[in-house]
Design a protein around this ligand. Structure first.
Ligand code: ADP
Ligand code: MG
Length: 262
């Protein structure tokens, strides 16, 4: 018999911790994301979801544990009382392969949609403008914004701005996409158009980690659900198992709370 080949881990954390002063925000997170997995990260406000994503993207330096991104162990060293990432070039190399989409879009307000999307490939990756322009237009097409290329962010709805932010992430051809509550700042009627784009990306087989309170999306689109509580993984599993209920009482209570709201 041939051994079963698992897809390689894109991200792996073992016992990842993060402390701010006396506050233990992450208290040992073990998580592995393999190629093509779509992982929804659920948890109450303050449970450490954003901090965890920011550690994966190397926007935050973990206090302890191990972090492996795209097959590379990220090395740390102490500088005074603070832990630092040892190799700055590794940070740049890895970060350019990790796409991040934030709650508040974070587009440049004084640049058009197209300029926003071309910014990374041209100025960070140092690529040819003409080539990048064609790819940026393709990325805009992908999120249904081809006609809005020359608009400024303030001329767009929140849903359109978030779709532009997704186009900006995918034009970098990242190995993994991280989303931090991408629909939480949107008016309810605009949530669906953003989730639809994310669902399409998931169907392409992209590796995605998504912090969300959209329970229907988590249940129907993700391949795995991870429930964080007070900085650790309380329970994780296939959505069809977890959402059936009866596996973890606190997860069930969390879900019913959000279902009541939604
Ligand atoms: P979530 O995204 O799950 O709501 P966060 O990761 O944003 O949670 O925050 C977890 C906890 O860490 C919160 O108590 C928050 O106040 C605290 N925290 C987050 N960032 C910082 C920071 N830069 N300095 C101090 N405390 C922080
Ligand atoms: Mg958060």
């Amino acid at each position: 018999m041939e051994p079963i080949q698992l897809p390689s881990p894109v991200i792996r954390t073992v016992g990842l911790t993060k402390r701010y002063g006396a506050l233990d925000v992450l208290r040992g997170v073990d998580l592995e994301a393999r190629e093509g997995e779509v992982i929804s990260i659920l948890g109450a406000s303050g449970s450490g979801k954003s901090t965890f994503l920011r550690c994966l993207n190397l926007l935050e330096v973990p206090s302890g544990g191990t972090l492996n991104v795209l097959g590379e162990d990220v090395g740390f060293r102490m500088k005074g009382a603070e832990q630092q990432i040892a190799d700055a070039r590794q940070v740049n190399r890895l970060r350019s392969q990790i796409g991040m989409v934030f709650q508040n879009f974070c587009l440049w307000s004084h640049r058009t949609v197209l300029q926003n999307i071309m910014e990374g490939p041209v100025h960070v990756q140092g690529r040819n403008r003409h080539e990048v322009r064609a790819e940026a237009e393709k990325a805009l097409e992908r999120v249904g914004l081809r006609e809005r290329a020359d608009y400024y962010p303030s001329q767009l709805s929140g849903g359109q701005q978030q779709r532009a932010a997704i186009a900006r992430a995918i034009v970098m051809q990242p190995q993994v996409l991280l989303f931090d509550e991408p629909t939480s700042a949107l008016d309810p009627e605009l949530v669906g158009e953003v989730l639809k784009v994310m669902q399409d990306l998931a169907a392409e087989g992209r590796t995605m980690l998504i912090v969300t309170h959209e329970m229907t999306f988590a249940r129907d689109v993700s391949s795995r659900v991870v429930f964080l509580e007070q900085g650790t993984v309380r329970v994780q599993g296939a959505p069809q198992d977890l959402f059936r209920g009866g596996i973890d009482e606190r997860f069930d209570r969390f879900v019913s709370h959000f279902s009541r709201q939604g």
